[in-house]
Design a protein around this ligand. Structure first.
Ligand code: ZN
Length: 434
């Protein structure tokens, strides 16, 4: 594997106990940060002069449906139930394997260009997402999305899909890791949920599940099962530290206590929640009191409609301040932790740690400082800029994942972007006119 020297970095945001390094060089070899020091004598295969750059740990997006970039802008301004039942689910029936692939590939390009180095996906046809992530050089945890609506034949199919996917994905591990994504408690039977858990426990796999996204979902669930979603999942024994619960907007205090007790982590998707007008806000304070790890997700490009994690961090900080009438809630350093070290914690550190430290994985985003939105720049305000100043692809020069340069001067190194855009356009044309 190649070696890279990032010379004289203006700032390195390590996320290691809040340390920010100044005028420091970094030596990367075999996918790891080998040395961080003011002077590195060894020559590397690639040297990047970083005197006008800020290095940060790559952002970790813990909830995506990558292939859904195909539906960006297709069904805006609708409530979740109508959005799913009348728009998304009927269109998903028309998707072919190549559509999943090109949609995922476009999302992977978008994620790299906006500073994400690891994403956690949940969708159908997951091998197409795995293939796309591998092509662009992104780290990923890819969950096979499953549901059975209580139908036992469908359940058997899904269990078969899970087993064959987890076998197929092995050759991409540990850079891309297979996981299981039972869609939600209201779309999966008790039997399917427990089968997912059983496989996950036996194979040491992660689980991801949507929980309590809307008030309607919680009240319908309670009517049917006599208890709230998290209480039900606790009763059947589904909850454990390898579970990430997505959304968690409409949770009672008792449900949050149960998440904490069972070591369940949360993927908080504030932009998607606001766009679908789910009404509530993740009870952040209560989650923190119960030591529940909060990470961040974009959700899909159909409900966000961007995959830029800097946007998610900003909206996260804003929604909690606005909702609580308290500007001191969700301060920038805490929210930046959500997008980095907490993302890694949510994945149980399977292939990243969300920080820049010697001997740690080299997943690094290099920002240029010659753009108006990052002036004035001091050590004291960098984290504020990262969360509030609308960092976007124009601010991002290079991205290194697993010690490999996957974005150089704003251009993808492993795929021909223009070719992907042309193929994507054709795919959408075929899909929406058929
Ligand atoms: Zn989702």
């Amino acid at each position: 594997m190649s070696s890279i020297k990032l010379k004289n970095c203006k700032f390195i945001i390590t996320q290691d106990k809040g340390k920010i390094l100044k005028n420091t060089s970094m030596f990367i070899e075999d996918g790891r940060v080998v040395e961080l020091s003011e002077r590195i004598g060894v020559e590397a295969e690639y040297t990047i002069d970083c005197r006008e750059n800020i290095c940060i740990p790559g952002l970790i997006n813990t909830h995506t449906h990558a292939a859904m970039s195909i539906f960006r802008g297709y069904a805006d301004d609708l409530p979740l139930k109508t959005w799913l039942n009348d728009k998304i689910w009927p269109m998903e029936k028309k998707l072919k394997e190549k559509d999943y692939y090109i949609g995922s590939l476009l999302s992977c390009i978008e994620m790299i260009k906006s500073g994400t180095t690891l994403f956690w996906d949940m969708y159908l046809n997951p091998m197409m997402c795995v293939k796309a992530a591998a092509e662009v050089g992104l780290k990923a945890i890819v969950s096979i999305g499953v549901f059975d609506f209580g139908d036992s034949a469908m359940r058997d199919h899904m269990i078969h899909f899970i087993n064959s996917f987890l076998n197929d994905v092995k050759k991409y591990e540990p850079k891309i890791i297979g996981a299981i994504g039972p869609h939600a408690p209201y779309t999966c039977s008790n039997e399917l949920l427990m089968k997912c858990k059983d496989i996950a426990d036996k194979e040491g796999r992660l689980l991801q599940i949507h929980i309590a996204e809307t008030m309607e979902e919680q009240s319908e669930f309670k009517e049917k099962y006599g208890k709230r979603e998290v209480e039900y999942l606790d009763d059947i024994g589904f909850l454990s530290p390898n579970v990430v619960a997505v959304h968690c907007v409409w949770l009672s205090k008792n449900e949050i206590r149960l998440l904490g007790k069972n070591g369940v982590k949360i993927s908080h998707c504030p932009i998607s929640n606001m766009k679908l007008a789910v009404g509530g806000v993740l009870p952040l304070d209560e989650c923190l009191k119960n030591n529940v790890i909060i990470s961040l997700g974009t959700d899909s490009a159909a409900s966000n409609n961007s995959l830029n994690m800097f946007d998610v961090m900003k909206f996260c900080a804003l929604i909690h301040k606005h909702h609580s009438l308290d500007p001191s809630i969700a301060p920038a350093p805490l929210v930046f932790n959500f997008g980095t070290i907490n993302g890694a914690a949510a994945t149980n550190y399977v292939n990243s740690i969300g920080k820049i430290v010697e001997n740690g994985p080299a997943d690094i985003v290099i920002l240029n400082t010659r753009n108006p939105n990052v002036f004035p720049l001091f050590e004291e305000n960098i984290i504020s800029h990262l969360v509030y100043a609308d960092i976007s692809p124009i601010n991002i020069s290079h991205v290194i994942i697993d010690g490999e340069i996957v974005l150089f001067n704003g251009v993808l190194t492993k795929v021909n972007e223009q070719k992907v855009y042309e193929e994507f356009e054709q795919t959408c044309l075929d899909l929406f006119t058929s």
